[in-house]
Design a protein around this ligand. Structure first.
Ligand SMILES: Nc1ncnc2c1ncn2[C@@H]1O[C@H](COP(=O)(O)OP(=O)(O)OP(=O)(O)O)[C@@H](O)[C@H]1O
Length: 237
C-alpha cells in the first residue's frame, strides 16, 4: 500500500508568538519506495515523522496509508494501536535493553499492548519469525547474545529488526546511521532499502548523511516546514 500525505499543517506556541513546524506538506510515497528526507536542522523532519508515526498530532491535513488515516486517531490509545499494528519506527537512539538477549528484545514487540503472556504456539511462531528476521539482516549468529555486547552497527541492525517484527506497512526511520562509521552506515542503509522493498512498505528515511541519502529511491527536502522535492537528476550530479 502507498502513503498519501496531504496538506499537513502544524503550528505550535513559541513564547508570545507561534511557530509553523509543518507548512501545507503534501507528497506521496509508493509501496516499497524509500524516500530520503533532508533539510537544515530545525526544518521539521523529525516533527513530520512524529506526525506520521502517530506520536504527535497535526492541526490539519491527512496522511493516509492504503485506506488507513494515520491522522484520525483521537486518543493516545488509538495512536498506540495504529503504531503496533501498522508502523515500524526506527529511532536514532535505539533504547535497546543491554541485558536482554537479541532474540528476547525482538520478542517484546508482539507482547506490546497485551496483558496475557503468549501461548506456547504463539511464542514458537514469534520466535521463528524473529530468528528469520535476524537471519535476513545478518544477525542470525547473535540471536542469543546480550544486546549490550554488540557493536554500534550490530545494535543498529537490531533496532531495524525490532521495527520490522510487526511486518509494518509503513517504515519511519530517523537518523539511523548518525552514530556509525561510513562503512556500517552504508550497510545499514542497504539493509533498510532491502527490507523496505521486501515488505513493500513505503519508507521515509530522515538523515543529514548525504552519501546515504543519495542511494535511496527518491529525495525530499524540507525547508522551514515546507516540502521541496529534488529531481533525481540533481541528486546524481
Ligand atoms: N512541541 C514543540 N513546541 C515548540 N517547538 C517545537 C516543538 N517541537 C519541535 N519544535 C521546534 O521545531 C523545530 C523543528 O524541529 P524538528 O526536530 O522537527 O527539526 P529537524 O528538522 O528534525 O531538526 P534536526 O535535523 O536538528 O533533527 C525545532 O526548532 C524544534 O525546536
Amino acid at each position: 500500500m502507498s502513503l498519501h500525505v496531504k496538506n499537513l499543517n502544524l503550528t505550535v506556541a513559541d513564547g508570545s508568538t507561534s511557530r509553523t513546524l509543518l507548512n501545507n506538506i503534501s507528497f506521496d510515497v509508493r509501496a516499497g519506495e524509500v524516500v530520503g528526507i533532508t533539510g537544515p536542522s530545525g526544518s521539521g523532519k523529525s516533527t513530520l515523522l512524529g506526525v506520521l508515526g502517530c506520536l504527535q498530532r497535526a492541526d490539519s491535513g491527512s496522511a493516509v496509508l492504503g485506506n488507513i488515516d494515520l491522522t484520525a486517531a483521537t486518543s493516545n490509545k488509538e495512536s498506540a494501536a495504529l503504531r503496533r499494528t501498522h508502523l515500524g519506527i526506527v529511532f536514532q537512539q535505539p533504547n535497546l535493553l543491554p541485558s536482554l538477549k537479541v532474540l528476547d528484545q525482538l520478542l517484546l514487540i508482539p507482547r506490546l499492548g497485551k496483558i496475557l503472556p503468549p501461548s506456547r504456539k504463539e511464542n514458537a511462531k514469534n520466535t521463528t519469525k524473529a530468528l528469520d528476521l535476524l537471519g535476513s539482516i545478518g544477525l542470525g549468529d547473535l540471536a542469543y547474545r546480550k544486546v549490550g555486547e554488540l557493536s554500534g552497527g550490530q545494535q543498529a541492525r537490531v533496532n531495524l529488526a525490532r521495527a520490522l517484527m510487526n511486518s509494518p506497512k509503513l517504515l519511519l526511520v530517523d537518523e539511523p546511521t548518525a552514530a556509525l562509521d561510513q562503512h556500517s552506515a552504508a550497510e545499514v542503509t542497504e539493509l533498510i532499502l532491502a527490507m523496505a522493498h521486501h515488505y513493500n512498505a513505503p519508507t521515509l528515511y530522515v538523515s543529514h548523511d548525504i552519501e546515504q541519502i543519495k542511494t535511496l529511491d527518491r529525495q525530499i527536502e524540507l525547508i522551514d516546514g515546507r516540502v521541496q522535492e529534488i529531481p533525481s537528476a540533481l541528486i546524481d550530479s
